[in-house]
Design a protein around this ligand. Structure first.
Ligand code: ZN
Length: 156
């Protein structure tokens, strides 16, 4: 029987080889670019935010860029996890993922709903939890998420 680490490796490679939501969105979609010079990773995040009956929603997302399997698979999983979610849920998921990566978060940041952080579902993203053992790779895994925050800030 395959171990959990093998399963996680398969999930990461699957997203790397078959990235979800690959492409671009035309303006007025928000577009942010992130770089990780330590590894040479680049991520483009395009998001479309629309007002819905329960607040703003990330109605569409596309991801571009190039780099290592961790950076690109994290971006693919992120796009899958945030599409169609409310901006509040997306911000909670960013917090949850950074927690998985053992990154200190700004507890005074009141833009994040802690109840939503508790209920946020990581899904495939749990496959990246092994990255936490390799501090240099944490920057690869979080690049797409920091770029997403830049894109969200533009569309606010
Ligand atoms: Zn990398």
């Amino acid at each position: 029987m395959a171990g959990l680490e093998d399963l996680y490796r398969e999930i990461i490679l699957d997203h790397y080889r078959t990235p979800r939501n690959r492409g671009e969105l035309p303006p007025p979609a928000a577009h942010a670019v992130g770089h990780n010079p330590l590894c040479g990773d680049e991520i483009d995040v395009y998001i479309e935010v629309q007002d819905g009956p329960h607040g703003a929603v990330v109605s569409d997302v596309k991801v571009g860029g190039q780099g290592c399997s961790i950076s690109q698979s994290s971006a693919s999983m992120m796009s899958q996890a945030i599409k169609g979610k409310s901006v509040a849920e997306v911000r909670a998921l960013v917090r949850r993922f950074k927690g998985l990566m053992s990154i200190d978060v700004d507890e005074s940041d009141t833009s994040v709903d802690l109840a939503l952080v508790e209920s946020a579902k990581l899904g495939d993203l749990e496959a990246l939890q092994g990255v936490v053992k390799f501090p240099v790779r944490i920057k690869c895994a979080t690049l797409a998420w920091n770029t997403l925050l830049d894109a969200l800030a533009q569309s606010a």
